[in-house]
Design a protein around this ligand. Structure first.
Ligand code: SAM
Length: 296
């Protein structure tokens, strides 16, 4: 066995009885903002990492798996993508991916925590890769809950890239029927709402299923999909919702044409990956079909 005692460890607690540990090479920042605890680390295996309230948000080695999955299935499936809205999205990689797509006139990102955005610009510039300076980016520091109540614009795609809706998180008030109805009002005709939607492991898929069941009360098509994200040591789920567009059924030729039109090359997503993202294992399909808890 290799020796491990000289390392400092970042330990992510998945559950009261489940810990996952990463050896730390360097700590760039560790502290609290007004809204959450923040750590920016460099780990031995995954490179730089952003950690909020003890949860890994993304790693340098594989953040493209997460961000390409969150953004491109939805953007590939809509007829128009001129106006895009991101709820959360702190470090700017979701913004980066949106701005790679053809036809985006403006991308509005609303994150509650200006300090997270500034820390990401300073220590994780690879994530945004210039997106914050793009003339099409409109970055608003504020509560997405208030923004959704006050804004009157319509968006072709709304992307929820918020932290997990745990009871003490600033994202928790954004997971209820009133907010899902507000998002629906902000969607343009044939628009899509896509969410990062928690874990899809057979042992920790309950929150994901609760989100999907809740969204089914508001949208005709609610499609779960997931990718394995090694830094999360988990299968990570997403949900694409629309009354008009079934994102799971997007034509492969359309996806490849869309991917071919992106600025730069994808790491993860193309038509074949799309098919794999939406091919769900039986245990997850069974969980999604169950009656159960919903967000009120
Ligand atoms: N794509 C991200 C990454 O790679 O790290 C993952 C999620 S991102 C960091 C989550 C963001 O949601 C955080 O920056 C947090 O400040 C933001 N957030 C949480 N609650 C919010 C709220 N009520 N309104 C706006 N943003 C919120």
């Amino acid at each position: 066995m290799p020796k491990t005692e000289h390392y400092q460890w970042y330990t992510e607690q998945f559950a009261p009885t489940e810990l996952h540990a990463h050896a730390i090479d360097e700590t760039y920042f560790a502290g609290r903002t007004q809204f959450q605890s923040v750590a920016v680390l460099r780990t031995a295996v995954f490179g730089k990492m952003l950690v909020l309230d003890g949860d890994t948000q993304s790693s340098q080695a594989d953040e493209k798996i997460y961000h390409e999955s969150l953004v491109h299935p939805a953007l590939a499936s809509v007829a128009k993508r001129g106006e895009v809205l991101i709820l959360g999205g702190g470090e700017g990689a979701t913004l980066r991916e949106v701005l790679r797509a053809p036809g985006v006139r403006r991308c509005t990102m609303v994150d509650i925590d200006g300090q997270v955005v500034e820390l990401a610009k300073r220590f994780l510039p690879e994530w945004s890769d210039g997106a914050f300076d793009d003339a099409r980016a409109r970055v608003i520091i504020g509560d997405a809950l208030t923004f959704l109540k006050e804004d009157r614009d319509r968006y072709d795609v709304v992307i929820s890239d918020l932290t997990e809706p745990l009871a003490d998180s600033p994202s928790f008030p954004l997971f209820n029927g009133e907010v899902f109805a507000d998002v629906k009002l902000r969607l343009a005709p044939r628009g899509v709402y896509v969410l990062q939607a928690s874990t899809a492991g057979f042992h920790n898929m309950a929150l994901h299923a609760k989100m999907a069941r809740s969204l089914l009360r508001f949208f005709g098509h609610v499609r779960s999909f997931y990718a394995h994200v090694p830094a999360f040591d988990n299968d990570w789920a997403f949900i694409a919702c629309s009354d008009d567009v079934d994102v799971a059924a997007t034509d492969p030729a359309r996806i490849d044409a869309y991917v071919g039109g992106l600025r730069g090359e994808n790491f993860f997503y193309d038509a074949e990956t799309h098919r794999r993202l939406f091919a769900l294992p039986l245990y997850l399909r069974r969980e999604l079909a169950k009656d159960g808890d919903v967000f009120a």
